[in-house]
Design a protein around this ligand. Sequence first.
Ligand code: ARG
Length: 584
Amino acid sequence: METDWLDVKSKLGTIFYALSQKIDGWDENFDPEVRVADPRFGDFQVNGILDLAKKNKKNPRELGEKLLAKAKQSQDLANCSLELSGPGFINIRLTPNFLQQWVRTFCGQCDFKQWLAGKTIVVDYSSPNTAKQMHVGHLRSMIIGESIQRLLRFCGANIIRDNHIGDWGTQFGILIMAIKWTKIDVSSLNPTEALDEFERIYREGVELAQQDETLLAEARRELVALQNGSPENLYIWEAINAISYRAFEEIYKQMDVTFDYVLGESFYRDKVDRVCQELKTFNIAEENQGALVIFHRDHDRFKNQPFLIRKSDGASNYATTDLAAVLYRCENFHADTLVYVTDGRQQDHFQQLFLTVNRWLSAKNIPIPHMKHVWFGTVLGEDGRAIKTRSGKSIKLKQLIDEAIARAQIIVAQKNPDLSPSEQNEIARIVGTGAIKYTDLSQNRTHDYVFSWDKMLSFDGNTAPYLLYAVARIYALFRRLKISPADTPTISMATFSTPEELTLARKLVDFPSTIAQVLNDLKPHYLCTYLFELTSEFSSFYNANRIIGEPKDILEKRLLLCQFVRYVLETGLHLLGIEKLEKM
Ligand code: ARG
């Protein structure tokens, strides 16, 4: 076995596949299905023999013997022990020597840039709506999107972060109508209260319009007037957006989130006519009671459920804008892949969008980008319902973040009374925002989850404070030994021998395959689980294996492990959008 295999698991898959093809009559679709094994039996396990046997009505044990015989002759597998077990699994155990070499080769330098080199990916995330406060629902898009764009960049992609702000939607019809009634001068509102005020006005407008059809029609007329460039409506619209953007900026700053482009829906307003025109010309869109719609006739549901791209009053909508944005991203950014991060209720919208884009761009004869909807579930309160404040309103994101920081502040002051107030503040900001991010990312994103303050800020268990604390502990060790974390550790000749050293080294080998898994599913919770397990192994190692005061070669091999763990935890936290702390 070569110790320059970055992702050992996938490399084993490749090797076992190649070996299988040297056996007479073996299926070329054979998938070795290499998995991380139960440590009692081995490090990895080849699982695919059972499937193969079933498909071909063969005895799996016999097939296993054949593959094992080939594996035992293979030079590639010289550095591990192999055995056949159960009905036909092959267990693989790495040797201490392999672990030693592997850890030395990759300590501080796992380079994944080859994986997505040359790809341009637009990540569309956060994307709140103006005239409203950002609420908890927008939290997940921001946090998951930020993590995914960091991961894709880490794997070598050229990333374009695009905040597709909802600044041109139907909310403006009602809002402009109501603002005109109340005769408020929008530009004179106090910016900190203005968003609340807009929300109140909007709610009132909706209530009134629900009771009175003529008001609904008036709101629609205001929206169309805005879309057609009425100066009065544009003035109100601009003032509302300016206030909203300022509020969003504050949150992005606290959460350490930045964008390359903020191309709101309004950016596409002069680009939607071309889209409608083309879709009509290609016979993809059809007129239906004055509106322009698209049916996907060979889709079960969408053959009857139209994708509306222009309303009968001529107004464009969310779908039209998204279509124009796809074209813009292909033509101007030369994107290979488009990733959209929104909640799960938008699944139909994106499926219809992607189906439409496929038909449209093939008709235009231009390359179709990969499109991926990264959707997520709802944040629930401890009562199991969508999270709300006591008075039943949805919680504002700003309140949530401020409270997390305030709670972290209390904990930090208790644990570190000696730090200066400014140090404590900075630690509290990182711990508080890190805890919110980690709580969100450690859940399988397609599930709903229950939000709990106590769990989130706990120093035990699968939480940000637990991981941050492990990193700070390694920094403290380095400070005591007066070594710089940037130093490449001295290469120790002593081999890993204690059970904790071996288990920890073994766990480090799984870092690259974890990244591969996160990349494949765009699900950061796999990374969280891995980092949590690594931290637990590190704790056991650190508690049972002395470092300070040990003879030079033992000290060095243990520092090598500490250095690698620090690198993986820091890299992992960075990929989750969490800043590290050297002191905590
Ligand atoms: N503004 C939308 C919302 O709040 C999300 C936009 C997502 N991006 C997109 N290209 N559709 O639900």
